[in-house]
Design a protein around this ligand. Structure first.
Ligand code: FES
Length: 978
């Protein structure tokens, strides 16, 4: 570090340093051991983010004398005299830097939590080299984790920024559109999409549209995300980018034991510590039973938790909570709480947990709704259609197999964080990183003994959630502390607590039995064991969805589903993108490929012969809803056929399979495929509402309770409103979500936002459109409104006369028949139309080490009409990246005592930029008759197919079938040695 000056010791442990931050000289008083990260955030440089406890995530990266460093690993006291650049320093006079501009244009920003670090690292690279290769870009991105994007658009953004900095002229960034030929054999892709050169450079998504599909203006355009600029500038938009006078810091004491009774707890020493303002143990809070899963009213039973309990059921379970003047004091206080545990034997294996004599995890008497507490079975589910036993008797061939999927952690980069305070009317305000603000308000009320009307939940921007923020994790404790102290309280999990004390994907064991007659799957039986960990949370719904999707992809008329959802002494499972479907589709997809091989059939053709077809009734749709009985449904739109055929072409699948049979040597190439379906919201249950309000200048406020987690939902909902109103997206001001100001929405889960909330936006916009036309007709002195159109910010009468929207707004607000043009509409759907897709994976297996290298991932997706191809592609790319982690490396591990073995981002490995292969997305549009503009969902299906496609590729490469995820080198070697 250059220009190091002497520091000045102040009183106590404080030191004064002089630094230049973003070209401004500053004198700062810092703690001797304070990290640069903490100093910068304390000084309101909120673009510098906190995402882990050990310097592995990289989101705290800043430039120190021009070089990227992790600010959490550097003591502020050591940077005296240095020049520091944070993202705030890149925008001069609110003008964005070319790198920021490129990130905005390319859709490289999803939640935006990693964006400041990525942009600063890119700046350091481009300052020394404006001609970087893809690999050089990936290398500088590699230290910074991103869980949303798969890094694809980020690499593209940095290439584009480099071109801007070389003063090259650039075309607007967009997807590539083609008409879908009726005969797929006639289809030719642009050369690059065949990936013959083996490169992994990002390619824009392709969108194929069938002839005759209705044309749209704003819908279908790759619009820039409405929140992209503020995220690219690192504005203080997240929950924790907010400070209140007198704010206290909360900290949570968690259990070191997987199963124990708290015999005695003494918090007197903690309470006596100066600076401690409140301490709660189970002795201090009322015992109100609840479930943490954010679901519609009434939430499924059992309510098997209380805010603080006298029994702990997993390492990381809640024991006590402290509020203090500083986080350091709060953490010190936790160490002063004396807890006497009576340690009980734990059980961590779900099959052992069901055995006679296994430790009983929920032996309390006040939980109702556990199916069989003595055997730790929280739910037992059964559903059946047709005559399963007879169909097995009639089958030519019966195949059985067991498949296992792991407990995966979400690893959103922004951890669970919330701030609670009382407003000037003594109402409790909860500012929190949640996917379900309205469910949260309803669930929180009884726990803190406040009526719903006394609670306001504000959802700022969210740094990723993927389902983990569909749970009430910290808000109840934070609220209790505010109610007790009357002061604002902030609580945030540590990264370790994210692993031990938040939620995860259910680990599943699937036992499939499939009967085939004349090459048709006529019957299927699935026994599913779902490991829900210590609490029920989402146990019922996730596993029901798993059964339904797993048995509907091939939709045999005879199907049986049995499931036990089982408690274990491990951290609770919850909602996670894919939500049961990705586990059960993995099992059936691998099994179908295995059956094809056994029967000597081509894998693709056997699947084609059997996958669910257009117009087919989904046999289990009534018997298996989500948490209750469902509704009769059929498949009303699908492009599965075209998705598969395009993917076969783009990968040259059959020729590669042929070639792979001839290969030798220890590096073996393999290509695999899988097909998938998902859903779009929960049929007959999910409700979204939207309000549209016209302003004086003809712009509109779109108020939505729908929750943008970084997915771009604010943008696509704005596009839908703009499409109806004949205006550009920039005339829609989108606001989400605040329980005081936006109408109800069930929240962001179940792939519902585009479909369910989008339906509400479209309805509200149509009502507003009619009001505008009515008023314009009045202004023009026309009695009938037939034939009026909205286009280019104006109303066009059938006789050709026009009135601008601004004139309509001014007239309606100030002059003629004065009223506010606005509407609120709600939407619920009796069906949940499945998007369909095909996933392709190309890999190389090192047969000496067992290591699998993924060379290419391609997903061809039918999500109905694509509202915004770039944001939709971002969802698919990010989904494939999370799925690749699920397939190859990610598994939460525990020893026999229930102690976590990998609760950090070093031992638990998620994909980094250097590891992501060529990752391509192709859309095949369909028009779903029940969806807004023909749209279905896209986010969750993106995660469903990578694991089975890799399984199919491993078999192609090596001849072995692997049935247990993840495919670690050890497991691959074991399989090869067998
Ligand atoms: Fe990278 Fe969300 S955009 S973590």
């Amino acid at each position: 570090m250059k220009d190091r000056k002497k520091t000045t010791e102040l009183k106590g442990s404080q030191i004064e340093i002089s630094v230049t931050i973003n070209n401004q000289p500053q004198n700062l008083s810092v703690g001797k051991n304070e990290s640069l990260l903490d100093t910068l955030r304390r000084a309101s440089y909120f673009s510098v983010k906190h995402g882990c406890d050990d310097g592995t995530c990289g989101v705290c990266t800043v430039l120190l004398n021009g070089k990227p460093v992790r600010s959490c690993k550097i003591k502020a006291a050591e940077v005296n005299g240095a020049e520091i650049t944070t993202l705030e320093g890149l925008s001069q006079d609110n003008q964005v830097h070319p790198i920021q501009q490129a990130f905005i244009e390319t859709g490289a920003i999803q939640c935006g939590f990693c964006t400041p670090a990525q942009i600063l690292s890119a700046k350091a690279l481009l300052d020394r080299n404006v001609n970087p290769t893809d690999d050089e870009i990936r290398q500088v991105m590699n230290p910074i984790l991103c869980r949303c994007t798969g890094y694809i658009r980020g690499v593209d953004a940095i290439q584009r920024a480099a071109a801007m900095m070389r003063s090259e002229k650039l075309a607007p960034y967009s997807h590539v559109a083609f008409t879908l030929p009726k005969d797929i054999d006639q289809l030719a892709l642009p050369e690059a999409y065949y990936r013959k050169d083996g490169r992994r450079n990002p390619l824009p998504p392709l969108v194929f549209t069938p002839e005759g599909m209705e044309k749209t203006d704003v819908v279908g355009k790759s619009e820039i995300k409405v929140d992209a600029k503020k995220l690219a500038q690192g504005r203080p938009v997240f929950t924790d980018d907010f400070r209140l006078d007198g704010m206290l810091y909360g900290a949570l004491l968690t259990s070191p034991h997987a199963h124990a009774i708290i015999r005695k707890i003494d918090a007197s020493k903690a309470r006596a510590l100066p600076g401690v303002v409140a301490v709660f143990t189970h002795e201090d809070l009322p015992r109100v039973k609840y479930a943490t899963g954010g679901q519609s009213y009434p939430q499924p039973l059992p309510y098997d938790q209380v805010c603080l309990d006298n029994k702990v059921r997993h390492v990381g379970d809640r024991v006590a909570v402290v509020a203090a003047e500083t986080l350091e004091i709060a953490q010190q206080a936790l160490k002063l709480i004396d807890v006497e545990y009576e340690v009980l034997p734990p059980v961590v294996d779900p099959e052992e947990a069901m055995l006679e004599g296994a430790p009983v995890i929920h032996d309390e008497t006040d939980t109702v709704g556990i199916h069989d507490a003595a055997h730790n079975i929280v739910h037992h589910i059964e559903a059946e259609v047709g005559d399963v036993d007879q169909a097995f008797k009639d089958a030519d061939f019966i195949y059985e197999g067991e498949y296992r999927t792991p407990k995966q952690q979400h690893v959103h980069l922004e951890m669970h964080v919330c701030i609670t305070y009382l407003d000037e009317d003594d109402r409790l305000v909860v500012r929190t990183s949640t996917q379900v603000p309205f469910h949260l308000r309803r669930m929180l009320a009884p726990l803190i003994n406040l009526p719903v009307k006394k609670i306001r939940v504000i959802k700022p921007r969210i740094g990723g959630g993927f389902g983990n923020k569909q749970e009430m994790i910290l808000e109840d404790l934070c609220a209790h502390l505010t109610m007790k102290t009357g002061r604002p309280v902030r609580m945030e999990y540590t990264r370790t607590q994210e692993f031990t004390s938040s939620r995860s994907r259910h680990a599943n064991i699937m036992r499939y039995k499939v009967g085939v007659k004349d090459e048709k799957v006529t019957v299927a039986d699935l026994y599913l064991i779902g490991d829900t960990g210590a609490y029920g949370c989402h146990g019922l719904t996730v596993n029901m969805v798993g059964g339904f999707k797993g048995l509907t992809l091939y939709n045999p008329p005879n199907a049986r589903f049995k499931c036990d959802v089982v408690y274990t002494n491990t951290p609770p499972a919850g909602a996670f993108r894919g939500y049961g479907a990705m586990q059960c589709e993995y099992g059936i997809e691998v099994m179908m490929a295995e059956i094809a091989e056994k029967l000597g059939l081509d894998e693709v053709e056997f699947k084609r012969n059997n996958w669910i077809k257009l117009g087919e009734n989904m046999h289990l749709s009534k018997a298996l809803g989500e948490g209750r009985e469902g509704t009769e449904q059929s498949l009303m739109s699908t492009a599965m056929e075209q998705c598969v055929d395009i993917g076969l072409k783009a990968t040259d699948f059959h020729a590669k399979r042929q070639a792979n049979r001839q290969q030798s040597g220890y590096l073996r190439r393999g290509i695999g495929m899988a097909v998938m379906i998902h859903g779009s919201g929960i049929a007959g249950l999910d409700m979204g509402a939207a309000t549209l309000k016209m302003n004086d200048d003809g712009s509109f406020n779109l108020l939505i309770g729908a929750t943008d987690l970084g997915t771009g939902s604010d943008t696509i909902l704005g596009q839908m409103a703009a499409e109806v109103l004949g205006i550009p997206l920039e005339d829609i001001i989108v606001y989400s979500s605040d329980t005081d100001f936006t109408p109800f929405d069930k929240g962001a889960y179940a792939s519902s936002t585009t479909y369910v909330s989008g339906g509400a936006v479209r309805k509200a916009a149509l009502e507003v459109k009619q009001q505008i036309i009515d008023h314009a007709a009045l202004m023009l002195g026309v009695l009938k409104t037939d034939g009026f159109k909205l286009e280019n910010r104006q109303v066009i009468a059938p006789d050709g006369r026009t009135v601008s929207l601004q004139d309509v707004a001014l007239s309606s607000l100030h002059q003629l028949d004065q009223h506010q043009i606005m509407a609120t509409a709600s939407n619920i759907s009796p069906v949940s139309p499945p998007p369909t897709a095909a996933q392709f994976a190309e890999i190389t297996v090192n047969t000496k080490t067992g290591k699998i290298n993924v060379d290419r991932l391609l997903m061809v997706v039918d999500c109905g009409r694509v509202i915004n191809p770039i944001t939709a592609a971002g969802q698919v790319e990010g989904g494939m990246s999370q799925a690749m982690g699920f397939a190859l490396t990610e598994e939460m591990l525990f020893d026999q005592d229930g102690q976590p073995l990998n609760p950090d981002l070093i031992k638990y490995h998620i994909p980094r930029a250097m590891e992501m292969p060529a990752t391509d997305v192709i859309f095949v549009q369909t028009s779903e008759p029940t969806g807004p503009f023909g749209a279905k969902s896209v986010s969750e299906i993106a995660i469903d197919g990578v694991a089975p496609a890799i399984a199919s590729a491993i078999h192609d490469a090596t001849g072995v079938w692997m049935r247990t995820l993840p495919y670690t080198p050890e497991r691959v070697m074991q399989a090869l040695q067998k």
